[in-house]
Design a protein. Structure first.
Lengths: 369, 319
């Protein structure tokens, strides 16, 4: 049972503020992923929880107890580093036993615990090897084993699979998920890879320039991004964002993207919702994910003519760049749906998947249709 | 892919090998000279041209370790017959071993000088490398105010020839009673080597990722424990290389040892040449003393040769 709470964390490196008033509550057994670009403060936050960095203001509470003044050895937290940090002069067995040797555990108990965790991680046959003789994936298993072996209050993982190649990354992702389900411990995981975040997290915490942007389940963050940063950071390919105007035309709502001649048809209720947010219309941005752009070969009601510019075949689907006026709209289509670049096709936007943002503050207007 | 070498490349390679051989021979010649002289009979030590083929003897070593006096007349046959085999070697050289009133063989000054050298060199190496490692760790891992200035200051202690300060040092040492003491030389050599040791060790410790210690900290160890359990084993190569350099410097130091010591704490380097002036110079004895003096450094360096190679090429290779 471990809850971790961050209250008003502030952290400066010289004059640069790397964490700005961070508040977060992590529940027992939860898998939290801190997601953000490099330099966004996510690793610093993790290191602060571990006790490897001091904080300038705020409280870090573990099970209700403030720990920010405790040394890291007294916090009972384990950490997996991106570089694995396996001690090169020790065998795998000694590496895993190392945290146990810091406690007053008998030799036989240590042995039992090490062999137990090695069994869970399927590395029993590697116990006598040195880290230099291991593959990347096995090194990672050992690092995780070393973290898990003493059953810490919480597990911190700093880009633990960032150094592996793509195929192995996928394999280890599944392994980490399996271990979390089997072993169950409060876990904080740092990554800049949104696919990793989406696939592993119970909740994702998105950070940008030291400020927490949004906390939510992967589907919440994907479907209801709180602001432009989250909208463009989560999801691949990136969400289409363009400045737009909402107007009324022949009794129905139209959303015209800057640089386009005609607007997309939207349900009328949009007018009311936009009107309520007075003055929003001058600084409005429309966001739509590529799968929210519908493409047809024939002209149909509500579809605008566009020209295909670039086609990226990705196997199960294609990403097509469509030229709409002076804007580029990326759409996700069935593979081979648009035959070649330069083809004229017709596109419309699925209103239920559209997002509206205030370009001044960057925040979502919360308009859902 | 097999590399195809042109004729000129092969010629160049052969030329390089020849140059290396010549340079190696030049460096090895004095060592050969010392070693061969140490095993020569006295009358063959100074022949012109040098004697290359001879029957090796160990009489120079017997003479090296014993106190001797010139024979006024040849030993009587009884004396000769009663003497042990090694004493006969001394008789054959025209000298006799000096015995105490109780008839015990008196040792020459060499063994105690050799011991002094060992005591001073080993202690100062341990101190310099130990303090240097701690200092380097501090500079490498913590934010130290004025770090660059302090490091420069440490380095600057090596910027003038040490002999420049020999006279003031001698006066200071005499004032505090440190001259002709082991500690006097140990402090001196530790101070010489410390700057070198700090700089070299800082380079090695900088190369050890600090995640290792952080992992140990998170694993429940204190920083001190992490230093001893993680950093020291990882820095073993660096420590070995630094120790070899410090040991050689302290072992070979001549000028300060000559000025600061004369008997009790005198090391081998000033002692060996001083024997040239006592009576007729017996070059074989001097060569034997030098030969034994070379051995510890040779053995120490040989044992740590792999570390040393890494230490010399250090910084040139990125992992």
């Amino acid at each position: 049972m471990t809850q971790i709470e961050l209250r008003g964390i502030q952290k400066f490196f010289g004059a640069v503020q790397v964490i700005k008033d961070l508040n977060l509550k992590i529940e027992d057994n939860e898998f939290i992923v801190l997601l953000g670009q490099s330099g966004c403060g996510k690793t610093t936050t993790l290191r602060a929880i571990a006790g490897l960095e001091t904080i300038d203001e705020g409280d870090i509470l573990i099970d209700g107890q403030a720990v920010q003044h405790l040394k890291c050895s007294d916090r009972d937290i384990a950490m997996v580093f991106q570089s694995f940090s396996l001690y090169p002069h020790m065998t795998v067995y000694e590496n895993i036993a190392f945290p146990l040797r810091a406690t007053r555990m008998s030799r036989s108990e240590v042995d039992k615990a090490v062999r137990g965790i090695a069994g869970v991680l399927r590395i029993t046959d590697l116990l006598n090897r040195r880290p230099s003789a291991l593959s990347g994936g096995d090194m990672q298993r050992v690092a995780i084993g070393r973290a898990l072996v003493r059953r810490p209050k919480a597990m911190l993982m700093d880009e633990p699979i960032g150094a592996l190649d793509a195929k192995l990354r996928e394999e280890m992702r599944a392994e980490i998920k399996r271990l979390h389900l089997e072993q169950g411990s409060t876990t904080i995981y740092v990554t800049h890879d949104q696919v990793e975040a989406m696939s592993l997290a119970d909740r994702i915490v998105i950070m940008h320039e030291g400020i927490l942007q949004q906390v939510g389940s992967p589907s919440e963050v994907y479907s209801y991004p709180a602001n432009l940063f989250v909208a463009q950071f989560v999801g691949s390919p990136v969400m289409n964002i363009a400045k737009a105007q909402v107007s009324e035309e022949a009794g129905s709502a139209r959303v015209t993207v800057d640089g386009a001649e005609k607007g997309f048809a939207f349900p009328n209720e949009l007018l009311g919702k936009i009107d309520r947010l007075k003055g929003a219309n001058g600084s409005l941005a429309l966001g739509i994910r590529p799968e929210g752009v519908m493409v047809e070969h024939q002209a149909r009601e509500g579809f605008l003519p566009v020209e295909a510019q670039i086609i990226e075949p990705l196997g199960s689907y294609d990403i097509v760049d469509l030229k709409l006026g002076s804007q580029m709209l990326r759409a996700r289509t069935r593979s081979g749906f648009v035959a070649s670049a330069g083809d004229k096709v017709f596109a419309r936007i699925d209103p239920t998947q559209a997002h509206f943002f205030d370009t001044k503050s960057g925040n979502s207007l919360g308009v859902r249709l | 892919m097999a590399a195809v070498r042109t004729g000129s490349e092969i010629a160049l390679n052969r030329f390089a090998v020849v140059i290396v051989l010549i340079v190696t021979l030049i460096f090895l010649a004095p060592i050969y000279w010392i070693t061969s002289t140490a095993f020569k009979p006295r009358n063959l030590a100074t022949t012109i041209p040098p004697t290359v083929v001879f029957e090796p003897e160990i009489s120079p070593f017997v003479k090296l370790f014993t106190k001797r006096a010139q024979l006024r007349s040849a030993p009587t046959p009884e004396e000769y017959a009663a003497a042990p085999w090694w004493e006969r070697l001394v008789f054959d050289g025209g000298e006799k071993v000096v015995r105490s009133g109780k008839g015990e063989v008196q040792l020459s000054g060499y063994p105690s000088r050799f011991m002094n050298s060992l005591i001073v060199a080993i202690t100062s190496t341990v101190l310099a490398v130990g303090m240097g490692t701690f200092t380097a760790y501090g500079f490498s891992r913590f934010k130290v105010k004025g770090e660059q200035d302090l490091l420069f200051f440490i380095l600057s202690t090596r910027m003038l020839p040490p002999v420049v300060v020999a006279i003031p040092m001698f006066l200071m040492y005499r004032a505090v009673g440190l001259n002709d003491t082991h500690w006097g030389l140990i402090i001196l050599y530790t101070a010489f080597n410390l700057s070198f040791s700090v700089w070299l060790m800082k380079g090695f410790i900088d190369e050890i990722p600090k995640e290792y210690e952080e992992a140990a900290l998170v694993d429940g160890y204190t920083r001190m424990e992490a230093f001893f359990k993680i950093v020291l084993p990882e820095a073993a190569t660096g420590i070995a290389a630094t120790a070899v350099f410090c040991f050689i410097t302290a072992w070979n130091e001549y000028a300060f040892a000559l000025i600061m010591t004369n008997r009790r704490a005198q090391t081998a380097p000033p002692f060996i040449p001083s024997q040239v002036g006592s009576g007729l110079p017996d070059w074989t004895v001097i060569a034997a003393g030098t030969f034994l003096f070379l051995l510890p450094v040779a053995i120490f360096t040989f044992l740590l040769r792999n570390h040393l190679l890494r230490g010399m090429s250090f910084g040139a290779i990125r992992k």
